[in-house]
Every structure is written in C-alpha cells, then in structure tokens.
Design a protein around this ligand. Sequence first.
Ligand code: UDP
Length: 326
Amino acid sequence: MILVIGGAGYIGSHLVKELVKTNEVVVLDNLSTGHRWAIDERATFVEGNLGNETDLDHIFSTYDIQAVMHFAANSLVGESVVDPLKYYENNVSATLTLLKTMVKHHVKKFIFSSTAATYGIPTVDIITEDTATHPINPYGRSKLMIEQILADFAHAYELEYVILRYFNAAGAYETAEIGERHDPETHLIPIILQHLLGEREHISVFGSDYDTEDGTCIRDYIHVTDLAHAHLLALQVLLDGKKKTATYNLGNGLGYSVKEVIKTCERVTGKKANVIMANRRAGDPARLVASSDKIYQELGWKAQFSLEQIIQSAWKWHQNSVKVTK
Ligand code: UDP
C-alpha cells in the first residue's frame, strides 16, 4: 500500500489517478486546499493532518505502507513572503512530524515534492541539480529545509528518498475529470483561461522590466501528467532498491515568457486577452528553466507534453470544471 499525502490536491490527485492502476493507495488529506471530488474513488481516503501524530499513527498501524509520497504543502511564493509562519508550520514542522512518525513505524521510503524555488535566482540559464540552492522566498526555503532534513535522516535512520523539484506544473487530466482548481487562483495559466472564459476582466502581467527578451518572467511549464509519470518511476526505483537517495529536476527544458504564454493561450482558445502591465510580484526570479537530463539518464523520464498541449488540456478542464466541481 502506498500512502499519498495531499492526494486531493492538484498534483497529488493526478498522481493518484495513475497510481491506482497498479497499486493499493491510501490518501491522507485535510482538504484545506484539496478537493474531495479530485480523489480517485479507487483510493482509500482518510481525512486528517500530516502534522498530527495520532492521525499518522492510525494510518501506519492500520495499513501496510511500503512508501509515502508527500504532496501536501502550501506553495505560493507571494503568500509565503507575507505569511512565512504558515509556510514554516505547514511545510517544515508538519513534515518533520511525518518523518518522525515514519521512522517510528519503520516506513523508510519517501518521495518528496520539492520545487524550482529552492534555486533562488540562478546564475545559469539552464538549471541542473548541481546548481547552487539559494532560495529567495520562504516557500523555497521551507522546501530546501526538508531536503536537508531528508539527507540527515537518510544518514542517521536509513530513510530512502527521491526529491523531485518541480518547475511550473500546469495542464489537466486527459479526460478533464480533474484539473487545477485553487481558491483564490494565483497561477498564470488558469488565470489567463479564466479570463478568456469571461470570469475575470483582465490579466495582469507582473513585471515587464525583467532582464529577459520581452521583459517578462520566463518559466518552464510541465504537464501535471508528466509529473505523475516521473513519480511512478521514482517510486519504482525506491521499491526495487535501485536507489537509496536521489534528487531530480522535473521540467520541459524550455522557457516561455509570460507574454508568450498569453499568446499561446490566445492561439489555443481562439480568443483575445485584455492584458494590463503591472508591478513585479515579490519573490519572483526572472528566469527558471530546468535541465531534466539527470532523470532522463537515470530513470528514462522525459516530458512528453508541449506548452500548446498543456494549455489545450487545461482549456478542456476549465470548460468542464463547472460541472465537476458543483
Ligand atoms: N504571473 C503574472 N500574472 C498573473 C499570475 C502570474 O504575470 O496573474 C507571472 C508570475 O509573476 C510568474 C509567472 O507568471 O512570473 C508564473 O507564475 P505562477 O504563479 O503561475 O507560478 P510560479 O512561477 O510563481 O510558481
């Protein structure tokens, strides 16, 4: 049995949809930002907190858990700057309780959702796993702290782990049964699509004076289903005992500016956006683009979806989501 913490959230729910095809799955989620409708019905659902040792003790003594996959975190750069306590409590302190309880119950295999935000402002154009990590916001720091704790736990308690550093997750499940739904929404692609559906008056571009070709921030967008497939491979190498510890970037290797993303959304939807130039958002680096060569070399994983396909799937989801989320 695999325990997926945060399996009701955006990325976790997409992973669960793939994982249930070959594994028994228990999902722990407090539904603070995730959704009950997003959890695949083949998974066993436990409503509870990863920072609550009693909830965790219950799960580890009830089910035979072979590995834990941890998606439950707050993940908004801007929010982390104004409310760092929330990030250190939920992302660091609660995860520490989880790791402590895992060690207590002799559960030794762990997949951790980390982030490109651990790199801060990189001095290279393409980020590899060896690029120095100097996060510039509390969100990135909270994730890096857990990465460091994992290395110490591996050394001292034989914890085995794979850290996956996501770049910008986007897109939706192929059937449009599930997709991205945050409240409030802050991510670029859903905001553009909501605007193009008439749910917002305009799109604000946060900063047009960055040191990039068109002055707007460049990000590496990766389909959520590609992320899910990388997790399955990471889980398999841990279960097979082929790796004890590893850290991998997960990205497309291609950078797109905010303006290019807006243009692609216009092309995919056939609609014209009303775009307003706004101030920079605190904590945003100008450019974050991944090299995912390491995971390709070691596990054979490569992103399959282009930006266009990502947006097509997200558009299908946004049109369908009114029905699903009712
Ligand atoms: N962004 C923007 N307008 C918005 C939302 C986001 O210009 O309404 C920009 C944001 O400043 C960043 C990029 O789009 O440069 C991607 O932001 P998002 O919040 O989607 O992901 P992040 O990179 O923060 O994880």
